[in-house]
Design a protein around this ligand. Structure first.
Ligand code: ZN
Length: 409
C-alpha cells in the first residue's frame, strides 16, 4: 500500500473567464508541476455532492472523506470546536459565537466588538463554569470568534440562535429593524431541547454579567474601544462520534490546515493535527511550508490531508487574477514533493467561480499521480482537460475508494 497525500485546494474549480481567453484561472495559470503530475497520472472530475449541487465546505469535505452526511454530519459548532482542540464526547452540543457589544437594553451595537483581535482574556474566565449540571467549555477562535461547548447528558441541538443578524452560513443581515439579541428557544417539543435552550440562555445571562465586570472592558472603554459583553450564538450541533480514518481505511492520518474549520474536519475524522508555522488559512499562508511538512510527515503517517484555503477566498472576492496567481504559488510549492514515492491526489472541495463570488455546483478537477496504472491522455491540469481523463466523472463519496484502489495496485 502506497502512502497518500490528498491536497484539497478550497474552491479551486471555476468557470471560463473572458479576460483569460475563456480559460478558467486554473487553466490560465502557469502550472508546470501540476501539468507534469496530470501527464504522468490519471485524471477525472468530481461532482462532489452530486451533479449541480452547491456544497458548503464542511459537507463537501466530509463527503470526499467518505462520510454519509445524512448519518454523520455533526453541525458546524462541533466541527469548529474540534478544530480548537476541544475533546468532544458523544452527546455534547457546540455552538459558534461572536463576542459582541450590546447596550443596557441588550441591543446589538457591534457584532464583532469592533473586530477585536483576541478574546482569550474574556473566554478564560468563563471556561469550565457549570450551570444546572451542564459544564460549559468556552474557547477563543480567531478574532471575535468563540466556541461554546455544553457537556452533559440530555442535551439537544434543536435550539435557536441568540444572533439576530445571522440567517445562514452565507447570509448575515447587518441592519435588523429590532436589534435586540434573540432569546434562545427550543425548536421542537422535546424536553432535551427545552432544557438546552434554558441552560444556554442562563449561560448567556451569566456570562453577560461576568463580561461586563471584566477589567479588560474598563481598559477598552478608556481607550475608546467597544466592550466585549455578549455572545451572539449560532450553528448549534450535536456531536456524534464518527469512525476515524484508521477505523474506516486502516490509515494512520494527519491533517495540515490553517483555518479552524478544516482542522476541525481533520480532527473529527480522527486525524492528528500537524501545526505548521505560517499556515494561516489566509492569502498570506505559507503553502510551501505546508507541502514540505506533508512530505516530512509521511515517514510517520499513511495519509496526509492538506487543505489550502486562499483559492476560495479569491473566488469569493471575484478576483480571478488573484486566484490564478495563487494557483501558481501552489504549483511552485508542489516542487517540494519531488522524490515522494507515494500517491498524490489533488482536487477541490467545490468550485467558487470568480464570476459568481460564491460556491457553485460545477464539478471540480482531480488528478492522481503515483499509481502503477497507465497514464491517460490528459497533459494539463484543468477543468476542461480533466473531463477527458481515464477516471471519468466521479461522485465525491467515491473519491477515497478510487484513491485506495490506486494506492493498492
Ligand atoms: Zn470550500
Amino acid at each position: 500500500m502506497k502512502k497518500i497525500i490528498l491536497i484539497i485546494c478550497d474552491g479551486m474549480g471555476d468557470l471560463p473567464v473572458k479576460q483569460f481567453g475563456d480559460k478558467t484561472p486554473l487553466e490560465a495559470a502557469f502550472t508546470p508541476n501540476m501539468d507534469k503530475l496530470s501527464t504522468e497520472g490519471v485524471n477525472g472530475i468530481i461532482h462532489v455532492l452530486g451533479k449541480g449541487i452547491r456544497p458548503n465546505s464542511d459537507e463537501a469535505h466530509l463527503t470526499l472523506f467518505g462520510y454519509d452526511l445524512k448519518k454523520d454530519y455533526p453541525g458546524r459548532g462541533p466541527i469548529e470546536a474540534a478544530g480548537l482542540g476541544v475533546k468532544l464526547e458523544h452527546g455534547d452540543v457546540a455552538v459558534r459565537a461572536n463576542l459582541a457589544t450590546v447596550d443596557n437594553e441588550l441591543r446589538v451595537k457591534d457584532r464583532r466588538t469592533g473586530r477585536i483581535e483576541d478574546t482569550t482574556g474574556f473566554t478564560k474566565e468563563l471556561d469550565g463554569i457549570e450551570i444546572n449540571g451542564v459544564k460549559f467549555i468556552v474557547k477563543s477562535g480567531t478574532g471575535h470568534r468563540v466556541i461554546i461547548v455544553m457537556k452533559s447528558k440530555g442535551l439537544s441541538d434543536k435550539i435557536s440562535n441568540s444572533d439576530v443578524h445571522y440567517v445562514s452560513e452565507d447570509k448575515v443581515v447587518e441592519n435588523w429593524s429590532d436589534n435586540k439579541v434573540n432569546k434562545i428557544k427550543p425548536l421542537d417539543n422535546s424536553k432535551e431541547s427545552k432544557f438546552t435552550a434554558e441552560v444556554l440562555q442562563e449561560f448567556l445571562k451569566k456570562s453577560h454579567e461576568i463580561l461586563e465586570k471584566n477589567p479588560l472592558n474598563a481598559e477598552r472603554e478608556k481607550q475608546g474601544k467597544l466592550k466585549g459583553n455578549y455572545f451572539l450564538t449560532r450553528g448549534p450541533g450535536y456531536y456524534k462520534k464518527l469512525s476515524s480514518f484508521k477505523e474506516m481505511y486502516g490509515l494512520k492520518s494527519c491533517c495540515i490546515a490553517g483555518a479552524g474549520l478544516y482542522k476541525g474536519l481533520g480532527a473529527i475524522a480522527g486525524m492528528d493535527l500537524i501545526h505548521v508555522k505560517g499556515a494561516t488559512g489566509l492569502p498570506n499562508t505559507n503553502v510551501n511550508a505546508k507541502i514540505k511538512s506533508a512530505k516530512k510527515h509521511m515517514k510517520d503517517y499513511d495519509f496526509a490531508y492538506v487543505h489550502i484555503k486562499p483559492t476560495d477566498i479569491y473566488g469569493e472576492n471575484g478576483d480571478c487574477e488573484g486566484k490564478k496567481g495563487f494557483i501558481e504559488k501552489i504549483d511552485k510549492a508542489l516542487g517540494e514533493l519531488k522524490g515522494f514515492k507515494g500517491l498524490i491526489a489533488i482536487t477541490a472541495d467545490h468550485s467558487t467561480p470568480c464570476s459568481r463570488k460564491d460556491h457553485s455546483g460545477d464539478p471540480v478537477p482531480l488528478l492522481i499521480h503515483g499509481a502503477n496504472v497507465k497514464a491517460d491522455n490528459v497533459v494539463k491540469f484543468g477543468e476542461k482537460e480533466c473531463r477527458n481523463g481515464s477516471l471519468g466523472a466521479l461522485l465525491g463519496k467515491d473519491l477515497m475508494k478510487v484513491v485506495l484502489k490506486l494506492a493498492k495496485d
